[in-house]
Design a protein around this ligand. Structure first.
Ligand code: ADP
Ligand code: ADP
Ligand code: ZN
Length: 214
């Protein structure tokens, strides 16, 4: 099962992708997580990516595409994967198609998690990320048991630099210009599915399992 998660920053792609990965036994591949891990480890790729991420801009396609396509070669991708945050531009989607069709494969579902812009800034300013394991919480909608500490690993939670309101507005603009056109792209391929992302996260997931099957 090969799935792409689409939606604005903060729509809940990561939250849903993790639930899909757990239920259907496919790996969750987040390009944002891969870049943040590279930044944390001080790699050259991380340094390059950070320049763009801090401004709310997309990292150039050529730094993203090979990284994801190489990831598919790992043994855990045998039965598919759920892609979160990739593709984000038409050229990325075309590169993905090309790589898949070369091995006789294609994307099964593109799931668009719909959340209007008005809700996004509130979502993002309340998002907290674990510095230890990368788990994501929300101070109102998905709080931890102990304030400021990860439920899973106990490490500290932070507000991501790029989740500050001024950067979020930039990311939304970039989303509408560069990523939203992918909805039409996957509609034409007949794999596009929409879910309402404004309801409780468990209800969003119920809508997704209805699409993917129990
Ligand atoms: P969100 O969870 O808010 O959608 P991500 O964690 O997916 O954000 O991405 C954070 C940042 O990493 C993006 O704003 C962008 O700078 C960069 N990034 C992640 N994935 C891609 C991609 N496929 N193409 C270009 N830039 C990306
Ligand atoms: P994305 O990966 O699309 O950027 P996340 O999954 O990180 O989005 O979710 C953004 C923030 O909103 C997080 O703090 C998350 O806990 C919270 N969130 C996710 N889904 C919902 C929902 N259905 N209702 C309310 N808050 C949500
Ligand atoms: Zn943690």
């Amino acid at each position: 099962m090969k799935i792409i998660m689409l939606g604005a920053p903060g729509a809940g792609k990561g939250t849903q992708a993790k639930m899909i990965a757990a239920k259907y036994g496919v790996p969750h591949i987040s390009t944002g997580d891969i870049f943040r891990a590279n930044i944390k480890n001080g790699t050259e790729l991380g340094a390059k990516a950070k320049e763009y991420m801090d401004k709310g801009l997309l990292v150039p396609d050529e730094l993203v595409v090979d990284l994801v396509i190489d990831r598919f070669k790992e043994p855990d991708c045998q039965n598919g994967y759920v892609l979160d945050g990739f593709p984000r531009t038409i050229p990325q989607a075309e590169a993905l198609d090309k790589a898949l069709s070369a091995i006789g494969e294609s994307i099964d579902y593109a799931i668009n998690v719909e959340v209007p812009d008005e809700n996004i800034v509130r979502r993002m300013s309340g998002r907290r990320a674990c510095v230890g394991c990368g788990a994501t919480y929300h101070i109102v909608y998905n709080p931890t048991k102990v304030e400021g500490k990860c439920d899973t690993c106990g490490a500290d939670l932070i507000l991501r630099d790029d989740d500050k309101p001024e950067t979020v507005l930039n990311r939304l603009k970039v989303y509408h210009e560069q990523t939203q056109p992918l909805i039409n792209y996957y509609e034409k391929k007949g794999v596009m599915k929409e879910v309402d992302g404004t309801v409780d996260m468990n209800d969003v997931f119920a809508a997704i399992t209805k699409i993917l099957g129990e």
